[in-house]
Design a protein around this ligand. Structure first.
Ligand SMILES: Cc1cc2nc3c(=O)[nH]c(=O)nc-3n(C[C@H](O)[C@H](O)[C@H](O)COP(=O)(O)OP(=O)(O)OC[C@H]3O[C@@H](n4cnc5c(N)ncnc54)[C@H](O)[C@@H]3O)c2cc1C
Length: 428
């Protein structure tokens, strides 16, 4: 449910734009491309979101308040099995992996796109802990809290002067005799920062030298760290952080990667992280399209539904066909990746993992452009209804505009792809 002061959209149409109907039109389109297991899971998450939707107001709510309820169901992430824990959701429905995560995101995004992105940012804190917990109880505890929605997490890579060149942080790590580090510097744009209990960070013993980077995590509040909220008007529901660190203690047990290992740790999550954003893009695209498809079938102008005006209908076919192409590509990637993870017992051989990298970047690159274009075009064909505050279209217009910047800009995706072309050439 979304509240607003003035209803701008015809009451009958607005009713048809509710979550239930949008799920119905989404399911109708996905009937042929999902298998039974995928459809069952989609229906399951949709049922939960529909029930939840009845008791929340998307306009006034703090979306972070919903995290524990979704976490309990295993709806913050499905990208991994987390066999370390006996979780209800890696038991009964047993459905984990990138494909499950794509489906989870499809359903969550229709419910609330900004909430979906916030959950995705917690996962950026989950991945390093999942890779490097070494069965240490406090790390496992942090990981469990994050994936079950008991805690929110963030990743602190970007700094005011270090963005795209992320492997050369200026934040300083001063090693102490007991194996701990004192951290001094500034991070910025950390999604969820002000709401987080855990934050994974990178710092260098020689600021600016990528060979001296370490990786650790803080449990907030931490003495010596001040966290402020950064204003990003396109995602007004999300809390992004500026973290000011002055001799903040990272105890030895929170060091996930020793000095020199930070860069490799940053790169190991490339596939899952890029695909996390490509999946967000798929989800945003379909949240926009479901609004548009319902609206153009009901709104009448000049004596007929606007779908029948070719300027509207054909514009939407252009968007829809690109969306379906992109969705099929992402599904194919996810299914292939999941099959490889299963085949190799959880960890892909390095050359195989590497071969997925440019593809994940290609999907993130195209998906970000497409999400922005399709959200805009759908709003455009909906006219005033697409830009007023009565539906989630307004949220989509904002959030789809930041997709190219998060997780590495357009040029950085291109840079990584071009480096892979070099690798391919060296293999012949
Ligand atoms: C909403 C939002 C959420 C974010 N969430 C997080 C988060 O959770 N954690 C986190 O650590 N960071 C986060 N970020 C930061 C984001 O990852 C960075 O903004 C991004 O990597 C770009 O860095 P920058 O802003 O410093 O831009 P810059 O690196 O300064 O780039 C400016 C321009 O220069 C271009 N450029 C830079 N280098 C090259 C090159 N070699 N070749 C060609 N072009 C180049 C870029 O593509 C860009 O167009 C978030 C940002 C936003 C807006």
């Amino acid at each position: 449910m979304k509240s607003y002061d003035v209803r701008c959209i015809n009451e009958e149409i607005l009713k048809m734009l509710d979550l239930k109907k949008r799920y119905e039109i989404l399911n109708a389109q996905f009937m042929g491309i999902l298998d039974d297991k995928q459809k069952d899971f989609l229906n399951k998450v949709e049922r939960f979101c529909r029930k939840y939707d009845k008791k929340v107001d998307h306009t006034t709510a703090d979306v972070y308040d919903w995290i524990p309820d979704f976490g309990e169901q295993g709806y913050i992430t499905r990208s991994r099995a987390f066999s370390e824990f006996d979780l209800d959701w890696n038991g009964p429905d047993g459905y984990t992996g990138l494909t499950a995560d794509l489906i989870r995101a499809l359903a969550l995004d229709q419910f609330n796109p900004q909430f979906n992105m916030g959950a995705g940012a917690t996962v950026l804190c989950v991945n390093p802990l999942a890779e490097h917990h070494e069965n240490q109880p406090h790390r496992l505890e942090a990981l469990k809290e994050l994936i079950t929605g008991q805690a929110i997490g963030c990743i602190m890579i970007t700094e005011p002067e270090v963005g795209s060149d992320a492997v050369r942080p200026l934040t300083r790590a001063d090693p102490q005799e007991d194996g701990s580090f004192l951290i001094t510097g500034e991070k910025i744009y950390s999604t969820n920062g002000p709401k987080s209990k855990y934050g994974v960070f990178y710092a260098a013993t020689e600021p600016g030298n990528s060979k001296t980077v370490m990786q650790g995590y803080f449990q907030f509040p931490t003495e010596g760290i001040t966290i402020k909220r950064v204003g990003i008007p396109w995602v007004p529901k999300l809390f992004l952080g500026q973290e000011l660190m002055e001799n903040a203690l990272c105890p030895k047990e929170n060091v996930l990667g020793p000095v020199g290992a930070g860069k490799a740790h940053m790169f190991e999550g490339l596939n899952l992280e890029r695909m996390g954003i490509a999946i967000l893009d798929v989800a945003e695209i379909w949240t926009a399209l479901t609004h548009g498809l319902i609206y153009v079938n009901m709104r009448e102008q000049m004596g007929q539904i606007i779908l029948k005006h070719q300027g509207v209908g054909f514009l939407l076919t252009e968007a829809w066909s690109k969306a379906m192409n992109f969705t099929m590509a992402c599904l194919r990637f996810c299914e292939k990746y999941d099959a490889a993870v299963e085949k190799y017992g959880g960890t892909l051989p390095r050359p195989l993992e590497t071969s997925f990298i440019p593809i994940a970047h290609a999907l993130k690159y195209r998906g970000a452009i497409l999400a922005e274009r399709i959200s805009y075009e759908v709003a455009n064909v909906m006219g005033g209804a697409g830009v007023c505050d009565n539906t989630l279209m307004q949220d989509l217009l904002g959030i789809s505009r930041i997709q190219e910047i998060i997780g590495g800009t357009r040029q950085i995706q291109q840079y990584v792809m071009s480096m892979s072309f070099r690798q391919f050439f060296k293999m012949i």
